[in-house]
Design a protein around this ligand. Structure first.
Ligand SMILES: [Zn+2]
Length: 386
């Protein structure tokens, strides 16, 4: 995508009456329709093995959802392009047409054998649809920053992060969980494990919140205080607009590091799988919620659990808020380790201070390495001089 086109997309604002909202809905549904149709055509490589039995059992429901999505994409695209004369509506119609061709089985897909590697495109579609259905209305009705558009500056970049982390779920799990699992099997039995597993699931769930959050607190603090780590974490802080999608902006090195260190205590202490699954679903949802553009302040809960108010201050570019509120879930850690900042008003300006972080997904990936590549280059230049 050219810079001009990207700028156009990122600055695309939702204004009623111009056909942009319907064009956006049409394009989104058209794109999701294409991804969904591809999942039907190549399930062995594009869907998660854990979810495949659900798809076969409820095949009709999923296929009907695909058709409804494509039909809605056509309706919104036609309204936008014909009634409102918006060319993005026409693009939506084109996407819907491609999805329809793929989805109606007009193209016969070759049968692929079940492969050991897959892309979680289905996981991406399902989570995107569920989260969009929850957070877009929530931010619409209870917006903290009422002027902020759904398609604010940087949404395309954040959507790429969202897609990358969901489609690549197997790769992330493989790189973080597998080494730990391998390592654990070679360790002597931990005497604490039977005591942990003897406890009820709800208690293990609470313990997971306390233990993992302690590890995440110190890792997060290290990412702010150690320059090498900060370069990766600065990408997450570069967003100037807080919303549910902004939570996805995480450099791949940070994702791998956090998942690796957060998974360690879970395996070392041997928590029950049910407690771990419940914890993972809860904490993933909570992480998105605390980034969202909502004005809830939770007067009684705000010191007990991390709220959007608490985490928005962490992202604030105001001087007193810099390097504060590291806890992902338990603000008490910030109180104990003296890094809390919670004034009476809400945070309003966000972004990385001191660095100009590029806007594009690829440039953000290479940005943390630039300083070191430059150093190496300088050293090489000096040593090659006679
Ligand atoms: Zn941070």
């Amino acid at each position: 995508m050219t810079d001009q086109l990207r700028a156009k997309f990122e600055n695309l604002e939702l204004n009623a009456g111009l056909g942009k909202i319907s064009a956006f809905i049409s394009m989104s549904l058209g794109l999701l329709g294409i991804f969904g149709a591809l999942c039907f055509l190549f399930p062995s490589v594009l869907t998660m093995p854990e979810l495949r039995p659900v798809y076969s059992k409820h095949y009709d429901i999923f296929y009907l959802s695909l058709i409804i999505g494509i039909v809605l994409s056509v309706i919104f695209g036609a309204f936008s392009s014909i009634v409102r004369q918006n060319r993005y509506g026409f693009y939506g119609l084109c996407l819907a047409l491609i999805a329809a061709i793929l989805g109606c089985g007009l193209i016969k897909a070759p049968t692929l054998p079940s492969l050991p590697f897959y892309a979680g495109i289905d996981y991406f579609i399902l989570t995107l649809v569920i989260l969009a259905l929850i957070f877009i209305p929530l931010e619409g009705f209870f917006a903290k920053n009422t002027d902020q558009k759904i398609l604010r500056v940087g949404w395309v970049t954040d959507m790429k992060y969202f897609m990358f982390s969901h489609v690549g779920i197997q790769l992330f799990t493989f790189l973080t969980v597998m080494p730990i699992q391998y390592w654990i099997t070679h360790l002597p039995n931990n005497p604490i494990v039977p005591y942990v597993q003897a406890q009820p699931i709800w208690l293990q769930f609470i313990e997971l919140l306390i233990v993992v959050d302690f590890v995440v607190y110190w890792l997060h603090r290290a990412m702010h205080e150690v320059d090498f780590l900060w370069r990766f974490h600065a990408i997450h802080h570069s967003t100037e607009y807080m919303d549910w999608l902004a939570s996805s902006r995480l450099h791949v090195v940070e994702v791998l590091m956090t998942r690796f260190l957060a998974t360690l205590p879970i395996f070392l202490l041997g928590f029950h799988t049910s407690a771990v699954f419940a914890y993972l679903i809860f904490i993933s949802f909570h992480a998105i919620f605390i980034h969202s553009n909502v004005r809830f302040r939770f007067p009684y809960l705000r010191w007990l659990i991390a709220t959007p108010e608490f985490h928005h201050w962490h992202h604030s570019s105001e001087k007193p808020a810099i390097d504060k509120n590291y806890a992902a879930f338990i603000p008490l850690y910030d109180v104990i380790f003296k890094s809390v900042y919670m004034p009476n008003h809400l945070a309003s300006v966000y972004g990385t201070v001191g660095y100009k972080i590029p806007n594009s997904f690829i440039k953000q990936f290479t940005w943390p390495f630039k300083k070191y590549i430059k150093k190496l280059r300088n050293r090489f230049d000096h040593s090659s001089k006679p």
